[in-house]
Write a protein that binds this ligand. Structure first.
Ligand code: NAD
Length: 263
């Protein structure tokens, strides 16, 4: 699985920090030429082989400038990782009953319209056989408490499937990763109740890190996944695996213990 990226050009949005930064580091260490795109300046020195360019994913003309740059500097693009995203209002302001239209539109513009623009504007410059990865979330597989975020991440899965169908004849694959709780700057001000709820949801004994996601991005960029397109891959410590039924298992275990011990 370490072969196959030598010299290939991969653009990653939101790569100034967090998961995107880790993906940029891994792919460049495996020989890719990585274009790190973000509204933020990189938070740490970028490794050799990674070039930073400022991009606001919501701005069509900025995507066109990236496309021109790729064409003139590299000829074509092999991979695109639509990773940039924001979480929006935490707590009650994010609930459907309270969400305001301005926040809703801003979040969807970054999390969903951004990836659509990336695919629309860069796919014409991609080599046949390339790969696109959308970073959704387990919030895109259930009823997430933050309405706009949940909807934006569901939409990404749909976008990937439509793109997979349209770009399939060119051999371009489009897949989606659904991370669970990942320790990253996005979660630095997370509410303790949110973290505790996640911990009780996962089957494995720890929360995730950016290093859990980057190898899966690599897999989807590599020839090892050359016949995989239009799929969702949860990388979530088992959060989605039990489909919410863990609570029943825990209830039964508690009951059995009470019967055994008489307490
Ligand atoms: P992060 O906040 O550390 O990184 C997000 C990056 O996106 C930042 O560098 C930010 O500057 C960039 N960004 C924001 N708006 C942008 C814009 N308009 N244009 C360009 N770049 C922009 O968070 P992260 O955890 O690394 O998140 C990466 C992706 O993973 C996001 O899409 C997020 O929704 C998703 N995700 C995160 C978690 C988690 O628990 N951290 C869980 C599931 C999914």
């Amino acid at each position: 699985m370490t072969e196959g990226l030598n010299g290939k050009v991969v653009a990653i949005t939101g790569a100034a920090r967090g998961q995107g930064f880790e993906e940029a580091k891994l792919l460049s260490s495996l020989g890719a030429k990585v274009l790190a795109l973000d509204v933020l300046e990189p938070q740490e020195a970028l490794p050799d082989g990674v070039i930073y360019r400022s991009l606001d994913v919501t701005a069509p003309q900025e995507w066109d400038e990236v496309a021109k740059y790729i064409e003139s500097e590299h000829g074509c693009l092999f991979g695109l990782v639509n990773n940039a995203g924001i979480v929006g209002a935490r707590g009650s302001a994010g609930r459907l009953e309270n969400v305001n239209v301005e926040d809703w539109n801003k979040l969807l513009a970054i999390n969903t319209t951004g990836p659509m623009l990336g695919i629309q504007r860069l796919a014409p410059f991609m080599s046949d056989g390339g790969s696109i990865v959308n970073i959704s979330s387990i919030a895109g597989a259930g009823a997430h408490f933050a309405a706009a975020y949940g909807v934006s991440k569901w939409a990404l899965r749909g976008l990937a499937r439509i793109a997979a169908m349209e770009l399939g004849p060119r051999g371009i694959r489009v897949n989606t990763i659904l991370p669970g709780y990942i320790e990253s700057p996005m979660q630095h001000d997370t509410l303790p109740v949110f973290l505790d709820a996640h911990k009780s949801l996962i089957s494995l004994p720890r929360t995730g890190t950016a290093r859990d996601i980057a190898p899966v991005v690599h897999f989807l960029m590599s020839d090892a996944s050359e016949w995989i397109t239009g799929v969702d891959i949860p990388v979530d410590g088992g959060a989605l695996g039990h489909s919410g039924l863990q609570i029943i298992s825990e209830g039964m275990k508690k009951m059995a213990t009470e019967l055994e011990t008489g307490k």
